[in-house]
Design a protein around this ligand. Sequence first.
Ligand SMILES: NC(=O)c1ccc[n+]([C@@H]2O[C@H](COP(=O)([O-])OP(=O)(O)OC[C@H]3O[C@@H](n4cnc5c(N)ncnc54)[C@H](OP(=O)(O)O)[C@@H]3O)[C@@H](O)[C@H]2O)c1
Length: 437
Amino acid sequence: MAQALRVGVAGLGTVGAALIAQIARQREALAARCGRGIEIVAVCARSKGKDRGIDLKKMKWFDDPVALAKADGIDLFVELMGGSGNPAKAAVEAALLSGKAVVSANKALLAKHGVALATLAEKQGVALNYEAAVAGAIPIVRTLREGLAGNAIQRIYGILNGTCNYILTRMEQENLAFADCLKDAQRLGYAEADPTFDIEGHDTAQKLSILASLAFGTKVEESAIYVEGISSIQPADLAAADELGYRVKLLGVAVKTPKGIEQRVHPTMVRKDSAIAQVMNVTNAVTVDAEGINPLTLIGPGAGGMATASSVLSDIADVARGLRVPPFGRPTARLTSVKKAPMQRHEGGYYIRLQARDKPGSAARIATRLAEQDISLESIVQRHPKEAPDSEVKGGSVPVILITYATTEDAVRKALAAVGRDRVISGRPQVIRIEKN
Ligand SMILES: NC(=O)c1ccc[n+]([C@@H]2O[C@H](COP(=O)([O-])OP(=O)(O)OC[C@H]3O[C@@H](n4cnc5c(N)ncnc54)[C@H](OP(=O)(O)O)[C@@H]3O)[C@@H](O)[C@H]2O)c1
């Protein structure tokens, strides 16, 4: 058998520790599948003394990840520290510059510096693999890069953040408020102490920026993404969605349009009978609409040590087998700049929930303002104050729920601004985009 692949791992937290345990458990199967053994020969983390529940005795310890990345005696550097800056960036660069393959699970690093790092990897003739950076255990990077290498992709969308999906599932199934579900998510370790990055959609946007590049052959550009989080979603929206045959999910969507590539992250209504609507709790899912295989949906665990380590290990196995493909599916010189389709020109159906003042003429005024923008309504649900739940009757106003036929973001914003000026509603309108699926 060929000489074992010698691996250095920087980062021994949730993912790093699970990876080392899994390599120990799968040692023989891995050697059989790859035609050579996989040996972790060196490791690095911040605190040497920490008990991590894994046996590190045979591995050389490094305090400095960059020193590990450059060290003689390793063939592959695995970065599992996280963060878009140093030491992760410096260590990955050092490994590539010294001619070593790199595997990373770091979406922040890939979203910010992915193209530059891929260019360096190509120049050095080494692999840069990052399957675990998007949707944990779901092999979506490989699917886009290799499985669909011959298909024109029209749209890709997914549930890419388990924390948000957990919160929306609990809110929907138990009629709970957002804040209560967030607290539970924090207690269970699904949400960080500062949950902003997850709940405001930025984590999803980082992952979407990588998927869009793989799907459309464009440079990774997180700033081209329109982002809205889930913190304004109320149980009333989920109940109304249910009545109308929908569920609300935080989706990252990238779609090719005649105006360019639309990339957006926002709460989205999806038909209840679609595959993605069945995805509950912390599970992730990605759907690809590609020529001839429309739709293809992959569903699975999006986070957790074992789930993420499984993707990291598949990347390591590829290096052991000597497989190397361009990190973004084509040489970086062939990645094009993103032609961004402006959000204002987004077309689709909309769910709009307004609190209409309970006075004569309010409903007619709202209808006029929508008609002025050529917005047609598929359905309108207006509850009389006596029929509406107490929670929805606020200071003499009643909920009105509108579902529009396809219209533009611009038209919806203009119509709602006019409705606001007319003083026929109280509070801010709730707007949720409907995704065709
Ligand atoms: N956890 C998941 O479910 C998941 C899912 C998908 C992707 N990822 C990605 O996987 C990567 C690792 O995540 P994780 O959850 O395993 O993180 P984690 O539990 O916080 O572990 C981070 C590890 O990096 C080490 N580290 C941090 N800064 C360091 C430094 N300056 N020098 C040396 N070591 C340093 C830490 O050392 P100490 O242990 O000594 O503090 C720790 O072992 C991240 O990029 C993350 O986005 C994670």
